[in-house]
Each structure stands twice: as C-alpha cells, then as structure tokens.
Design a protein around this ligand. Structure first.
Ligand code: GDP
Length: 326
C-alpha cells in the first residue's frame, strides 16, 4: 500500500507511454512531457487497437512502459454522447480495462487514468467535491461515457488498494484547446461555436444557433493547463482516491456565446434552440485538494479561446470535418 508522504515519482529517464497521443489530451501531454527528459512512447491506432485485449497486452509486453497516461478514449460533445451510447460505453470500458489490467500484470510503476467531470451526479452540490462520486443519478446525455469512466477509475483504485500499485485517477473539468474536434456532430461547445460563428461571419449570415437555453453553466480548462496538472500529479499524487482538475473559471453557455462572438467578430444574432438538450445544469469542480498540493492554472478563458481560434483559422481546411477521436 502506498502513501501520500512517499517521495515524488521521477519521470526522468523513464519509458513513458501516452495512450491516445493523437487526441486533444494525449497530444497536449506529449508536448508537456518533452520537458521531462523521459523516453516517450506512442503507438498508432493502425498498429494497436486498444479495444483488443490481446493487441494491448502484446504491445505493452514489448514496449515495457514504466509510466502510463491513459488519454485514449472515445470522446464527444453532448450530441455524439447521446446518440452513440453503446459505442461510448463499450469502447471506453475496453480501453480502460485492457490497459489497466495489462499495466498491473506487467508491473507498470505509475499509471494515470483520466476521467471526466461528467461522472458526477447531475444534481451534485456545487462546487463538486471528489466525495460526490456515486451519490446520485447521472446526467442522461452522457451516462454511458460516465459509467465507462467510473468503471475504469474504480478498477485503477481497486488495483492500487489490492496490490499497492501506484495507479491514480484524475477528473478533469470541460476541456478545450489545440487539436480540439471541430466537427459539429461530435464537438464540444467551444469549437462548435467558434466554427459556427466564423462560418456565419464569412458567409454574411445574420444569425447563429446555440443549442439549449443558454443557462447551463460550465467550467472550462485549457488542455495545456490540464497536461501540466497531469504531469504535476503524476509526480506528486499517490492516493487511490481520484482528484479533480479544474480552472475555477465558470461561465453560462449564453455568456460564452457572446464571448466567442466577440473574439470571432461575429456581429449577427444569437438564437437559442431550446429543443436541443441543455445537459447538466452546472458542473463546477471543487479543486481545493489540487490547490493544496500547489498547482494552479495559467491560461485564462478569453486568451485560450483566442489562441484556439487563431490556430484553427490557420489550419481549418485540414481540420474541418475531421473526426478527432484519439
Ligand atoms: P457537456 O458539458 O457534456 O454538456 O458538453 P458540450 O460541450 O457538448 O455542451 C455544453 C453545453 O453547451 C450544453 O448545454 C450544450 O447544449 C451547449 N451548446 C450550445 N451550442 C452547442 C453546440 O453547437 N455544440 C455543443 N456540443 N454544445 C452546445
């Protein structure tokens, strides 16, 4: 059994595998880990299918990673989650079980499982503390994804409790940033609104549709801040209890729409389509545990969205329509 007062885990010189390195989170981790002098490992999806137990275990046996970040996941916004519950549940459960089980069998020294704030009950008390997990029913639009992530995190902590493995889980809030998915059927709200407003501006359309009532509130964290927090926790955190990663920067979707319109310089109307789902009313994470360890974010919401918009404008021809699953 490990304890909180152990010396920090040293990534230097270690074989570190980022599973899901092509996704938004995995690619941010790769960029951040370049500063850690470790031996970075990645494997393309065409070579190893992480939903296959045999593929995953065989590759890990050969590569012998010493530390593992599980950023591989089937991800998507409110629409994709609600439309493909079977795929979100099965693919995420398989990836998590295959990697975590093989990591245990192969004696991986340290492993991080990435969850999500949607695993908390729909009506959890705000800001949401880690203890709220499994105290109420989930938001139906992302229940399948949440159940898979809960299973993975419980498995990581079961291995930690039962075998003393240094397997930890983190729960990031809503993320955005470089390599975000701009496909409107699959994207989250920030890339969706950037794209909709940019395209409306270019086409001189005078309105843009925003889903739902505009009243739900979301906390957003830039993926580069998330990667920094993950590396920090990989070194510093040893408890099998999951830990929240948030920014504390919360905004109503309606206000976010006006902010993005301002950044994009879209001057038309914003129309709320109340027939589309709102999802969870609010999911602000309580990050006092993370703050107490000494980490805080550095990228503000406006600056982060501006940077994403600039980057996307430069590459939008190759990004539009891409299904950016890790
Ligand atoms: P969620 O946190 O799982 O609900 O993830 P999303 O980022 O997909 O959605 C956040 C909120 O933004 C929800 O209330 C959506 O209804 C709202 N929203 C408004 N317009 C859009 C849009 O064009 N795309 C997406 N994905 N969400 C939108």
């Amino acid at each position: 059994m490990t304890s909180m007062d152990e010396s920090p885990y040293d990534l230097r010189g270690k074989r570190v595998w980022v599973a899901g390195h092509r996704g938004m989170v995995g690619s941010a981790l790769l960029r951040r880990l370049e500063d850690e002098n470790c031996d970075l490992q990645t494997v393309p999806r065409s070579e190893v299918d992480l939903t296959s137990q045999a593929d995953t275990a065989n590759w890990m046996r050969k590569a012998r990673p010493e530390a593992v970040f599980i950023a591989a996941a089937r991800v998507g916004g409110i629409s994709a989650n609600a439309r493909y519950p079977a795929e979100f549940l099965v693919e995420n459960v398989l990836i998590l079980v295959n990697v975590i089980k093989a990591a245990s069998e192969l004696g991986v020294e340290k492993l991080m499982c990435l969850g999500s704030s949607c695993i908390y009950p729909k009506h959890a008390e705000q800001p949401i503390r880690e203890e709220a997990l499994l105290t109420g029913s989930l938001e139906p639009t992302n229940e399948a994804y949440a159940i898979a992530k809960i299973a993975g995190m419980k498995l990581a902590s079961a291995y930690a409790e039962e075998y003393g493995h240094r397997f930890i889980s983190v729960m990031p809030t809503n993320l955005y940033g470089r390599n975000d998915n701009f496909d409107l059927d699959h994207s989250h709200v920030i890339p969706a609104l950037i794209r909709k407003m940019h395209e409306a501006k270019i086409a001189h359309r005078d309105s843009v549709v925003v889903w739902g009532t505009g009243t739900p509130r979301r906390e957003f964290l830039h993926v580069d801040d998330l990667a920094d927090a993950c590396v920090f926790l990989m070194k510093q955190y040893e408890s099998p209890k999951p830990i929240n990663i948030g920014s504390g920067e919360e905004i109503a979707i309606g206000e976010l729409a006006f902010l993005i319109a301002d950044i994009v310089d879209f001057r038309g109307h914003i129309v709320f389509d109340t027939l589309k789902p709102d999802g969870a009313p609010r999911k602000l994470l309580d990050c006092s545990r993370l703050r107490a360890l000494g980490w805080s974010p550095s990228i503000g919401l406006r600056a982060g969205i501006e940077e994403l918009y600039d980057r996307w404008k430069k590459t939008s021809r190759s990004v539009q329509g891409r299904h950016d699953y890790p």
